[in-house]
Write a protein that binds this ligand. Structure first.
Ligand code: ADP
Length: 639
């Protein structure tokens, strides 16, 4: 593959994004990709990873397939690309077979440049057959740490990427992540079957403008208030809480103290969630109190403060979340609040996160009943899933369900998808003539069809178009419920393909359903998983305990062993203060020697030191006189 001159890729960068220059490493990564080498790129959050696969993909003919684990993130990127005039598509759980079929067709025959796909789709027949027909120029693996069981977010379907490579033998792979320990890095290279001449690029994970600190307290809300006020209640901040209830309590507490704050979690209605996020993005509410559902894919550069009311389960998550502060490279704070029982609590949670196998089997069986999935069926069929309701229906504890599902997910049997707001969509699969015939014969539907055509234009014949049931209802002066009924009727009659609006979390079986008793859970692997989680928990506890530069501790965790102290974390600042408070012993000795050798006045002594040391020297002299080690002679000289 010929190398692209820098000018070409710079041209793509400025044409499509309006950026004038590459950030550190971006160009090296892009060049490596364009040279056809498998490439692993480790850049901290906000370092500009997307550019690293988007620019080379645009610089060449063909389509780039991007594997990404989170639907929300995927949709977000697709929207961003489209807003820049780049054709992008996505395929994920929750889309109908027809929709997937059509999207993939567009990628085979149309000028689509990016196809985002969630990993569990990779090996479906539908996908394999189509992808082999696409002119793929690059395979990008986003959040590549999901490939490794040593990471903190192992997703077994990611392992299927290796098989996808067999279908695309000469296509280079670029894997990207914002966190990876040495073990995870190695795992990514092996599991993705990187070629011999592969390259690894790693930018230091140091964040020189970010001051990490841990604040021990018995009253976290009160301390939160102090921290927020300390940094400034008018500064953009994120406060992370573990539970939905905590987000609401903490937001209410701040409000009671005249600090405007809003709660954000996945349990809020979609519209409120959206509004809360927008208000924060547009600086109308400066402080958002959120669960970790918030922040993924959000790109706000001027966050000055990230507070954690409780530590996450591992330092990877902490680094990611705290790292949302100060992306503009200006000074920012990451504060972890730590209570007296937090370490015990973290350990207890780690135990709970690994429930007994019997519990896991029970939850698997309940999930089969809930979704009415027969043994051998249900593979990749997504269904709406409300955890609370599920737990109540089957008399299970919500926490037990949550943790069992996580185990089933890590073991590759089940997948949970976050709630994403998908608007209603319509496609007309028949041609104008047939449609017209239907309209004439079914006058009661004529108006609705006309409105659909008027509001969406001809594109509705070539693919799914977003529609608003509300606008249609207004247009037709009907209720939304009636409009939906009519759309469903047209769908059943084969005149339109209608996907209703959707906003709830979903679950799916990633294999044909097993008999719960025969579910092949690997005891040994489960044990290893638990041990790994315990190690990660202990690392968090060590971090909170401190005693060293916090930045150094985090960097060491990610394999950077020789980082200098950051000078801005609570530990470094305390050290500095202590140094200033207690003058070094050598200064004391020097002073004593000097004055004993040649008695002199304090003024004379001072001329021998730098002006910056005057205060310290004066204080030391006073101390030495007080302690009787030095004495004034009658002529005012010290000796
Ligand atoms: P990551 O995925 O690493 O968290 P993104 O790819 O979302 O980061 O990029 C973060 C932000 O940095 C985006 O707003 C992006 O437009 C911006 N960015 C990336 N590369 C450059 C560049 N070379 N010059 C200016 N801004 C950039």
């Amino acid at each position: 593959m010929p190398e692209q001159p820098t000018d070409d890729i710079l041209h793509v960068l400025s044409q499509t994004w309006g950026h004038g220059a590459f950030r550190p490493l971006q160009e090296d990564i892009i060049r490596s990709v364009l040279a056809g080498q498998d490439t692993l790129a480790l850049l901290p959050t906000g370092g500009g990873k997307s550019i690293c696969f988007q620019v080379p993909a645009l610089a060449r003919p063909g389509i780039c397939v991007v594997v990404s684990p989170l639907i929300a993130l995927m949709k977000d990127q697709v929207e961003r690309l489209r807003s820049k005039g780049v054709k992008a598509e996505a395929v994920y759980a929750g889309m109908s077979h027809q929709e997937i079929d059509q999207t993939l067709d567009n990628c085979v025959y149309g000028p689509v440049k990016f196809l985002y796909v969630s990993p569990e789709r990779l090996l479906t027949d539908l996908f394999r057959v189509r992808v082999a027909k696409m002119k793929v120029n690059l395979l990008a693996v986003d959040e590549a740490h999901c490939l490794s069981q040593w990471g903190y977010d192992f997703r077994p379907p990611y392992l299927q990427i290796a098989e996808l490579r067999e279908l695309l033998p000469s296509v280079p792979v670029v894997a990207l992540t914002a966190t990876a320990t040495g073990q995870v890095k190695q795992d990514i290279v092996t599991k993705l079957k990187f070629g011999e001449n592969h390259r690894v690029f790693q930018q230091s994970f140091a964040r020189p403008n970010l001051s990490y600190s841990v604040s021990a307290t018995e009253d976290k809300l009160q301390r939160l208030l102090q921290v927020v006020r300390g940094v400034g209640a008018d500064k953009t901040s994120i406060v992370y809480a573990r539970t939905r209830r905590q987000t609401e309590e903490a937001a209410a507490f701040l409000q009671q103290h005249q600090v405007p704050a809003a709660a954000y979690h996945a349990g809020l209605p979609a519209e409120l969630r959206h509004r809360t996020q927008q208000n924060w993005m547009q600086d109308r509410t400066r402080i958002i109190v959120a669960t970790n559902a918030f922040g993924m894919g959000i790109d706000k550069p001027d966050v000055r403060l990230v507070v954690h009311l409780d530590a996450p389960d591992n330092l990877e998550a902490y680094y990611q979340e705290a790292g949302r502060a100060g992306r503009d490279e200006k000074y920012a704070f990451a504060v972890l609040l730590s209570g007296p029982n937090d370490a015990d609590e973290l350990r207890r949670r780690t135990v709970q996160a690994h429930p007994p196998i019997d519990t896991v089997r029970r939850v698997y069986q309940a999930l089969a009943n809930y979704s009415r999935t027969a043994v051998g069926g249900g593979e990749l069929v997504a269904f709406d899933f409300d955890l609370q309701q599920f737990a109540e229906t089957y008399r299970l504890k919500a926490l037990e369900v949550h943790n069992s599902l996580r185990v089933l997910e890590r073991e590759g049997f089940v997948q949970l998808n976050e709630a994403v707001n998908t608007p209603a969509r319509v496609h007309i699969p028949i041609d104008h003539r047939d449609l017209y015939r239907f309209q004439v014969a079914n006058e009661q539907h004529d108006k609705l069809i006309k409105s659909l055509l008027r509001l969406n234009g001809g594109e509705i014949f070539t693919g799914f178009q977003k529609i608003s049931e509300n606008s249609l209802a207004q247009h037709l002066r009907l209720s939304v419920a009636d409009v939906r009924k009519m759309l469903l009727f047209l769908h059943r009659s084969g005149i339109i393909l209608f996907q209703p609006r959707h906003d709830s979390p979903q679950a799916l079986f990633t294999t044909p359903r097993f008999d719960a008793d025969k579910l092949p859970l690997d005891q040994k692997r489960l044990r290893l998983g638990r041990e790994l989680a315990e190690q990660k928990t202990e690392a968090v506890i060590r971090y909170a305990h401190g005693g060293r530069c916090r930045q150094q501790m985090l960097l060491e965790y990610f394999g950077e062993l020789d980082a200098p102290p950051c000078k801005v974390c609570d530990y470094c600042l305390a050290q500095k203060k202590a140094r200033q408070a207690a003058p070094p012993v050598e200064l004391r000795t020097r002073l004593l020697e000097l004055v004993k050798a040649t008695p002199q006045t304090p003024r004379e002594v001072l001329t021998r030191f730098a002006p910056g040391e005057a205060t310290t020297v004066t204080e030391l002299l006073r101390e030495l006189v007080d302690s009787g080690e030095l004495r004034y002679a009658a002529d005012g000289r010290l000796g």
